[in-house]
Design a protein around this ligand. Structure first.
Ligand SMILES: [Fe+2]
Length: 329
């Protein structure tokens, strides 16, 4: 646990739950993985693992082609670089990109260099990192390789190994649907001091969440309602963002997560130009911003009534009172 209860520095070993080393069948280390956040609720939201994927050896294929029946995966590729094989395509993923995998999208990877690979998951039935799994790992670190370990326990019907993709077309990343980047958002809203960019849609996440990037100018400030309805999970990749949660103040920087429980009054302020992702993604940002845009365009008189904005925010779980201040839009 870090000094601040809502802040998780991914490079601070104090935040690493059950760190493991994954080896290939011939004994090479392929991944160093640590769990940072455990799954929550029926949809097992907010699960987060931080991995260093080791460079795939040049003769190292095949690339563990597999698919998930239920689980959604979002990987921030933060350093190194990799190729993904998916949708009958092969594409290069540069650092700063996001790989978004939906159920039954068969995927295989080739890591061109050691790669910081930050995973956020939901609906994944087997990220079972509770006390029982930690104890198991402590006493039997190689249980996954043990033929005696019951196979039906680990995958729980989610994980299917597939044959490597025999035919594929190499395409640039912008033509590969699972590769997302804030350079090419699906929707973009320019608000005063903040540009909001949508990177995955709610309809792509089984209705649970959406992924947004906040590009904030120094000085951008957001203050929540007294009893915010959502748990927030933010991932900062650039700059400095000062938070206040209840009476605790702290600053989040690159490679740090901020997780704020529901009901906790919160505010944040960019104290430098900053980039922060809403990886929890519970607020219905797209519906809110799109409706707001429609009202501003079609009915500017109605848009002048603060109660209209207030009810719109409540309707869509936007628990901040400041996004979409009129005037700058
Ligand atoms: Fe996967």
């Amino acid at each position: 646990m870090s000094k601040y209860q809502y802040l998780y520095d991914l490079n601070d070993k104090a935040n690493w739950l059950s760190p493991i080393t994954v080896k290939s069948p011939d004994g090479h280390v392929v991944e160093e993985q640590r769990t940072i956040l455990l799954p929550e609720g029926a949809r097992r939201h907010f699960t987060m693992t931080d991995s260093v994927m080791h460079a795939t050896r040049p003769d190292g294929g095949p690339h563990l082609f597999h698919e998930h029946a239920f689980g959604y995966e979002i990987f921030f590729v933060d350093s190194g670089g990799m190729d993904v094989y998916i949708n009958r395509q092969k594409a290069y993923i540069k650092p700063g990109s996001i790989l978004f995998l939906q159920p039954y999208q068969t995927h295989g990877m080739f890591f061109r260099a050691d790669t910081k690979y930050r995973g956020f998951f939901h609906d994944m039935p087997y990220n079972e990192e509770g006390e029982a799994a930690s104890l198991l790992r402590e006493y039997f670190p190689n249980f996954m390789e043990d033929p005696a370990f019951p196979k039906e326990i680990q995958p729980k019907g989610d994980f299917f190994i597939r044959e490597p993709l025999a035919k594929f077309t190499e395409v640039p990343p912008e033509q590969c649907q699972p590769i997302r980047h804030r350079e090419r958002p699906m929707a973009i809203y320019d608000l005063p001091e903040i540009t909001m960019k949508m990177l995955t849609g709610r309809w792509e996440n089984g209705g649970l969440c959406e992924l947004w990037c906040f590009e904030m100018k120094s000085g951008f400030h957001a203050q929540s309602y007294p009893y915010p309805v959502n748990t927030d999970l933010y991932y900062v990749t650039e700059g400095e963002v000062k938070f206040k949660v209840y009476d605790e103040e702290f600053t989040a920087r690159a490679e740090q997560l901020v997780k704020i429980p529901m009901y906790a009054p919160r505010s944040f302020e960019a104290v430098a130009d900053s980039v922060m992702y809403d990886v929890g993604g519970l607020p219905r940002w797209d519906a809110y911003l799109s409706d707001l845009e429609s009202i501003l365009t079609e009915d500017p008189v109605r848009a002048k009534d603060p109660a209209v904005l207030d009810s719109l925010r409540k309707k869509y779980g936007i628990h901040y009172s400041e996004f979409g201040k009129l005037g700058g839009w």
